[in-house]
Design a protein around this ligand. Structure first.
Ligand SMILES: Cc1cc2nc3c(=O)[nH]c(=O)nc-3n(C[C@H](O)[C@H](O)[C@H](O)COP(=O)(O)O)c2cc1C
Length: 136
């Protein structure tokens, strides 16, 4: 299977901007759908933004992106990075909610429009996922 990874940023809209329950709701549905579609990834919410990485087959990613673009819980969805990858970096999770590391603030305030924003966002999510290591 050709594997792709998409990293995007969007602005949380309405009640999903803060509070845990709306976020848990998204993770629940994502977990169910992404298992079905063999997608894996991570989602971080910080300062009113979502940063999400999703990886899997092109066709499944395209279907999810179409749903995400319709979802009114966020807007201004901007793809930061979209590329073929050799292996999954978030393979342990259909979708995991990550706590924002301190670097997330710097990224959102200073690097969102940088040419290397995609690589930075990816690195940020990978870094944040380290603290979520699955017990053996
Ligand atoms: C920030 C954000 C991230 C989301 N991530 C996913 C995801 O990884 N997988 C998914 O299936 N739905 C995700 N959703 C929800 C989708 O937009 C959509 O509501 C859902 O896929 C519809 O699923 P259903 O047809 O089973 O109800 C996300 C929504 C938001 C706002």
């Amino acid at each position: 299977m050709n594997l792709f990874r998409i990293v995007y940023v969007s602005r949380a809209a309405g009640s999903v901007a803060d509070g845990l329950l709306p976020l848990i709701d998204i993770i629940g549905v994502s977990d169910r759908n992404n298992r079905r579609d063999h997608l894996t990834g991570a989602l971080l919410r910080h300062e009113g933004y979502f940063i999400q990485a999703i990886e899997g087959a092109r066709v499944d990613l395209d279907r999810l992106m179409a749903r995400l673009r319709q979802d009114r819980r966020h807007d201004g969805l901007r793809i930061l990075s979209e590329r073929a990858v050799e292996q999954r970096r978030f393979g342990d999770w259909a979708m995991v909610r990550l706590d924002a590391p301190p670097a997330a603030t710097t990224f959102l305030e200073q690097h969102l429009d940088a040419p290397d924003a995609g690589a930075r966002a990816e690195a940020l999510l990978i870094e944040a996922s380290r603290s979520m290591a699955v017990a053996p």
